[in-house]
Design a protein around this ligand. Structure first.
Ligand SMILES: [Zn+2]
Length: 569
């Protein structure tokens, strides 16, 4: 066996190795040696006492291992761990350690780590258990009670991939997994293992848990000195992971004084269950999620983040922050509601920029719209406008905002590009936009004094759906030039910019007229193009968003012309 220990890629064994390296006070499991492991383990009695108190131990190994085995306990007192349990347990684990120290190449390679040779499991385990007073129940084999999720020969349904024989495992893997319970937490009722690249993240996240448990074990003894310790995250659904990541980040930033996360970080959360049903899934935590939490802590929003997280437990898992940030979705509790304040403007801007990929410019646009609307409102209206979800629930108010946008574009205080950033297209044929922009404006109606910080450092990518529809640009420009040539800018202002609804009470009819006129002289205005531009899949015209965007463009062309009459000619 090699002198130094290597990580295995198996999340269960590696978690045990992370805990071992924490206990041995080395930074990395690869700095572990047999000697250091022996020093941590001693005679095994400490490990036995710790695991006996951790509720996660039974979740990892089930009720049939020597430490939990109730048949090793006196009748009438089967809930309390017995000397026989301890003797059998330490006997077996010591025998694994002994095998580690003198592994033999006579056995096949370990199917967990692939480095070491396996051992004669029956010879290592059965005599020890019998010496501790257990009944001989025949040959012993590795199953789920020794390595999570490895299946057992006793039950076909659980036995894959070892249907024809038990799995071959080395002593190192068998030994290391017994340190897992000290590094376990629960996420939505499942046990969690971390795996990462670089590996130090998983090592530190696991070590952090081990240090918390060891502290609790030391201070909370209970009457008998053996009070059971609950697994972290019980009843906490997903919030616990975010909190755990934040406290790791805090340590990195304050103790290690690290400015930035590495550019490319991969973190996997293995969620597994090894009790009645065996189950396992891997959740990837994208780099963006970690960057968001990193920046949130760095910019001083940690408490703010924790306060919007508090109470989210009532939400379905899919609506919780962890799921939303992982899937780049909007998070409800950022916005004020009847019961919560919502996020501070800083955290709100950070989430929108880093997770939702919205630009600072879009947020500034929303803020200036909210401010302009409040400015023209009476004090009574202002109070109403500041109410949570007011804009979302009130279509008339949204119409009023559209009118305001046109007015602001006319004066050059808002422009179509701002609109497209705030209302990206969700659909192109015919054009429809995302609703979220209204929620953003609604947020700033409640926070009109906010400042919008730009977190992008100039790296913001503008998506295709945040650019104007090329056909809208083309039509409005052709129409504008033609109009001006025939009737002049003042006529255009009176009848199109200011009086559009009066001049053209049926917008769709106007659009059709414009389109037919252009079709006479320009390519790209066929009946088919019209269908694609205006009609939905059922052949019904859907022109209201289209007309609004055209009016924004026309008003903007007017504004540009007034500003630079010669250039825009
Ligand atoms: Zn192994």
């Amino acid at each position: 066996m090699s002198k130094n220990i290597q990580l295995t890629g198996n999340p269960f064994v590696d978690t045990g190795l992370y805990v071992l390296s924490y206990k041995a006070k080395v930074d990395d499991p690869e700095q572990l040696t047999l000697k250091k492991i022996r020093a941590v383990y001693g005679d095994g009695s400490e490990l036995a006492k710790v695991n006996a108190r951790l509720k996660s131990f039974t979740m990892v190994f089930g009720p049939n291992n020597p430490l939990s085995q109730s048949s090793f306990r006196p009748k009438g007192n089967q809930k309390i761990i017995s000397e026989k349990n301890i003797k059998a347990y330490t006997g077996v684990i010591s025998s694994f350690l002994h095998e580690m120290e003198q592994s033999s190449p006579n056995y096949p390679l370990c199917e967990i780590c692939g480095y070491e040779h396996s051992l004669n499991f029956d010879a290592a385990v059965r005599p020890v258990l019998m010496a501790a007073g257990a009944k001989d129940r025949g040959s012993k084999q590795v199953g789920r009670d020794w390595i999570p999720l490895t299946g057992s020969l006793g039950n076909d349904a659980q036995s894959l991939p070892s249907a024809s024989r038990a799995i071959s495992v080395c002593a190192k893997c068998l030994f290391a997994v017994h340190y897992m319970p000290l590094g376990m937490m629960l996420f939505d009722k499942k046990l969690v293992c971390f795996q990462s690249n670089p590996s130090r993240i998983a090592i530190e996240l696991t070590a952090e848990l081990a240090s918390e448990y060891l502290e609790i074990l030391r201070t909370k003894k209970g009457k008998s000195g053996g009070e059971k310790i609950e697994t972290k995250g019980k009843g906490d659904k997903t919030t616990v992971i975010v909190k755990h990541l934040l406290s790791w980040i805090e340590k990195r930033q304050t103790v290690m004084k690290e400015e930035d996360l590495p550019d490319s970080v991969t973190l996997y959360v293995w969620l597994f269950e090894n009790q009645k049903i065996g189950d396992c899934q891997i959740v990837e935590i994208p780099s963006d999620t970690l960057q968001f939490l990193w920046q949130a802590r760095k910019c001083g929003y940690k408490d703010d983040l924790l306060s919007i997280l508090a109470g989210e437990g009532k939400l379905p898992v899919d609506a919780q922050l962890f799921s939303c940030i992982r899937q780049s979705r909007d998070y409800l509790r950022l916005y004020p509601s009847k019961t919560i304040m919502g996020a501070s403007p800083g955290l709100f801007a950070l989430y929108h920029q880093l997770i939702l990929n919205e630009s600072a410019q879009a947020l500034k646009g929303a803020l200036s719209l909210a401010q302009a609307r409040l400015k023209e409102a009476t004090p009574k209206e202002q109070k109403n406008l500041k109410k949570a979800r007011m804009l979302e629930e009130n279509p008339d108010e949204r119409k009023r905002f559209k009118k305001l946008m046109l007015d602001l574009v006319k004066d050059g205080r808002f422009n179509p590009a701002d609109y497209h950033l705030l209302f990206p297209a969700s659909h192109f044929h015919p054009i429809k936009v995302e609703f979220r922009g209204w929620k953003t404006i609604g947020y700033y109606l409640s926070h009109p004094d906010a400042e919008v910080t730009d977190f992008s450092e100039g790296s913001q990518q503008i998506g295709e759906n945040m650019k104007p529809h090329p056909k809208i640009k083309q039509i409005t420009k052709l129409y504008f030039d033609d109009y001006l040539a025939r009737k002049g800018i003042e006529h255009f202002q009176k009848h199109v910019v200011d009086g559009f609804n009066r001049t053209y009470p049926n917008g769709l009819q106007w659009l059709r007229g414009v389109y037919l006129n252009l079709a006479k002289e320009h390519p790209g205005f066929t009946l088919e193009d019209w269908d694609e531009f205006v009609q939905d899949e059922n052949g019904q015209p859907q022109a209201s968003e289209l007309l609004f965007q055209m009016r924004l463009e026309l008003t903007n062309l007017y504004h540009e012309c007034i500003q630079n009459p010669i250039e825009s000619k």
